[in-house]
Design a protein around this ligand. Structure first.
Ligand SMILES: [Zn+2]
Ligand SMILES: [Zn+2]
Length: 381
């Protein structure tokens, strides 16, 4: 691979790399013969992956809930170094350490200019190719990955930010932060005063839920409830400062707290799972006049409540993919300044897992094996 060759790489299509491939639901293969990604457009960059995350939303195609084309390289969370770029890429140089949000974004369209990079008109989701059509991108669970619209998608990793922190900023932490802001109706660093009077319940304590718990606490929320059926996840949430509860006990726990007793539930609820069951539970925990924010990917058409249920409690419902690239413009400087901390230890349960162990990692993650919260691959090893 020629560094900084602006796409004029004479070995295009000839080299091979290691990576994971989705072949069918419940089947991920490790392969040593994947084609190298190459620059195909002026604004592309090729990134040599140093860390690649395994995310809860990778499980949607894996478990068959969301159809994906066989042969797709999965993964949308990465930190790596730029090794090649098209002629239209000016903001970065070869060798720059970067993180990528999970969607590409042009930085120019209306959604991009209005803090909604996740809905960029030219954007695409990394590590996902639909069963039909040409859209979609191979992902980061491989040695190298192509990032389109690289100038406006990639973010340089500041020297004082660790690579694991940067990986979490590209998706899970920022998604959890967005969920907490959405539920609380605040926008850090301004408009945070009202958070101090509020209570929040977070349903689901995987990496994103734990990030939402951490975000709510850092936003100064008076009481944070963390709800998950897995004891170990509740324990981690409690170490962050939340009141942890099993789903079956959660209504009773909220009813005992003087703040939620008075309001009749939590004023803000984050649903960080993406299932009708979690949604239904979240609805039972929110107080009249409160806000329910969901960031779980909803792949099932079944909805456990209706607009009428929202009407009956004067609720606000906020849903959608986190606009990570947009939010990083204001969140990353706070992390660099030490005003926002990313709870790396709480969120990542396994780091430095070789890609060759990817098939096993998917299996363990999918069945929520004991202690598994977030797995991070090291593609270069
Ligand atoms: Zn993700
Ligand atoms: Zn755009």
């Amino acid at each position: 691979m020629i560094i900084g060759s602006s796409g004029r790489n004479p070995t295009i299509g000839k080299e091979r790399m290691n990576g994971l491939v989705f072949t069918a639901p419940h089947e991920i293969d490790f392969r040593r013969d994947l084609p190298e990604p190459v620059v195909v457009a002026d604004r592309d960059a090729i990134v040599s992956v140093r860390l690649a995350g395994l995310c809860g939303s990778d499980l949607h195609p894996y478990t068959g809930r969301e159809p994906m084309r066989a042969g797709t390289i999965p993964g949308h969370e990465l930190v790596g170094t730029i090794i090649d770029a098209g002629n239209g890429m000016h903001a970065f140089s070869a060798g720059d350490l970067v993180l990528a949000p999970f969607t590409s974004s042009c930085g120019r369209c209306h959604p991009c200019r209005h803090e909604l990079s996740a809905r960029c008109r030219e954007g695409a989701l990394l590590g996902f190719r639909p069963e039909v059509g040409e859209l979609g991108l191979d992902g980061a669970q491989a040695e190298r990955v192509r990032i389109p619209l690289a100038d406006s998608t990639l973010v340089r990793v500041p020297p004082m930010v660790s690579e694991e922190t940067a990986l979490l900023l590209g998706d899970n932490f920022t998604t959890g932060w967005f969920a907490a802001e959405s539920a609380l109706g605040v926008r850090y660093p301004s408009r945070t005063e009202q958070a101090k009077e509020m209570t929040i319940a977070v349903v689901g304590c995987g990496a994103v839920g734990l990030a939402a718990v951490s975000a709510a606490l850092q936003l100064g929320v008076a009481r944070v409830f963390a709800i998950d059926p897995i004891e170990e996840r509740r324990r981690v949430a409690a170490t962050l400062g939340a009141v942890a509860a099993h789903p079956d006990e959660s209504a009773a726990v909220l009813a005992r707290d003087p703040r939620t007793q008075e309001t009749g539930g939590a004023m803000a609820v984050v649903e960080a799972v993406g299932s009708p069951a979690a949604q239904g539970l979240a609805l039972t925990l929110v107080a009249a006049g409160g806000t329910l924010a969901t960031v779980g990917v909803h792949t099932q058409s079944a909805f456990s409540f209706s607009p009428g249920d929202l009407y009956d409690q004067n609720l606000t419902y906020r849903a959608g993919r986190a606009p990570v690239r947009s939010i990083l413009d204001r969140l990353l400087p706070e992390v660099v300044a030490g005003r926002v901390a990313v709870p790396v230890e709480a969120m990542i349960s396994e780091s430095a897992v070789p890609l060759a162990e990817g098939p096993d990692a998917y299996r363990r993650f999918a069945r929520r094996a004991e202690g598994v919260r977030k797995i991070v691959f090291v593609p270069g090893s």
